[in-house]
Design a protein around this ligand. Structure first.
Ligand SMILES: Cc1ncc(COP(=O)(O)O)c(C=O)c1O
Length: 336
């Protein structure tokens, strides 16, 4: 694979690098290496003013956000990734626990901001909680797709808030299963929620996410990201995507169906996915590298996680029947 910038972490979706490495033209690839909805929200043509004029706070996005998320303080950001990087700068040096293994950008961002970071297994959180100022949980988790029990998260928030601490929950993948969100608690002390238009809406290229939390944190984060952080086109699209309840309802149904279909297809080929969410499945596998390379030789890109003891493959949803057929063929030729 092509070199990455120093200090940057590996991610899915690096299709051009894969095409170069495996010497297969870009157009032949099926990219299943991310958890992005492959049938994203259909973006209409934008009015010229969206490109020409600076974004304005009174453009209607605030109302669309309140209608979708509720009335807690919210800040739209250029991708939840921007918030992941900016949030740690709001805290004085703290003891930060990250429920791991998970999306590696969290640990990296808190470490870079000078905090003492401990990566903790989900089952060990109770033991560590009294020693933490901040706890970060990704729900559903990436790459395992595991959903964390709401009651557990609520209890952790209460425990941290009582000491002036904070629970950060990255809900980037929650929109397909909104009943599992902590959104009803948004705005309460000691809780920050991160949301994204990149996953369920399939608008990863738009770079749009949201942060919900107590007013003081949202205001400090606003100062940190500065004015016009979200482009006018991104605000225009976000407002309409958040308001499209009919698309959201049918997409939730389709994603649940497709995720179950993927789990069945994997199982039928001797690959039992132990967990997953509506947008991807997780295969813990000693032979993860072999399965990745087997797929890549046939121009299917899946995401390989090489770190023992959590080696495995995360695999996303094909966009169409041709994609499903190609995946079925390639998995059918795998020797479990
Ligand atoms: C768990 C999780 N959170 C946040 C992000 C960042 O997403 P975005 O910046 O597109 O909102 C990602 C991206 O892969 C992710 O996997």
């Amino acid at each position: 694979m092509a070199e990455m910038a120093e200090g940057s972490l590996p991610h899915g979706g690096r299709l051009r690098a894969a095409a170069h490495h495996w010497r297969i033209p870009l157009q032949h690839w099926l990219d299943l290496s991310t958890g992005i909805n492959p049938q994203g929200w259909p973006v209409p043509e934008l009015p010229p003013t969206a490109w020409q004029r600076l974004p304005e706070e009174e453009d209607g996005l605030v109302m669309a956000m309140s209608a979708y998320f509720g009335t807690a303080p919210i800040l739209p950001v250029p991708g939840s990734q921007a918030a992941i990087q900016a949030l740690p700068r709001l805290w004085a040096t703290s003891r930060v626990g990250i429920v791991s293994p998970t999306y590696a950008e969290h640990a990296q961002a808190w470490r870079r901001a000078g905090h003492a970071v401990r990566e903790i297994g989900f089952d060990d959180v109770e033991r560590h909680l009294p020693m933490l100022d901040v706890l970060v949980v990704v729900n559903p988790d990436n790459p395992s797709g595991a959903l964390r029990p709401l009651a557990q998260l609520q209890a952790w928030r209460a425990g941290l808030a009582a000491r002036g601490g904070c629970l950060v929950v990255d809900e980037a993948f929650i929109d397909a299963t909104p009943a599992h969100s902590l959104i009803a608690e948004a705005g309460r002390p000691g809780l920050v929620l991160l949301r994204s238009l990149g996953k369920f809406w399939g608008l990863a290229g738009l770079r749009c996410g949201f942060v919900l939390g107590p007013r003081t944190i949202i205001d400090a984060l606003h100062d940190e990201v500065g004015p016009w952080a979200l482009s006018h086109p991104a605000r225009w699209v976000a407002q309409r995507a958040l308001a499209d309840a009919a698309w959201q309802a049918s997409t939730r149904e389709r994603l649940q169906r497709d995720s179950a279909r993927l789990a069945d297809l994997l199982a039928a080929n001797g690959l039992e996915s132990t967990s997953g969410c509506a947008l991807f499945r997780w295969l813990p596998l000693g032979r993860a590298r072999e399965l990745h390379d087997h797929c890549a030789r046939k121009a299917i890109l899946v995401r390989h996680f090489p770190e023992p003891p959590h080696t495995g493959i995360r695999i996303g949803l094909p966009a169409d029947e041709a994609g499903w057929e190609k995946l079925a063929d390639v998995l059918g030729a795998w020797q479990p």
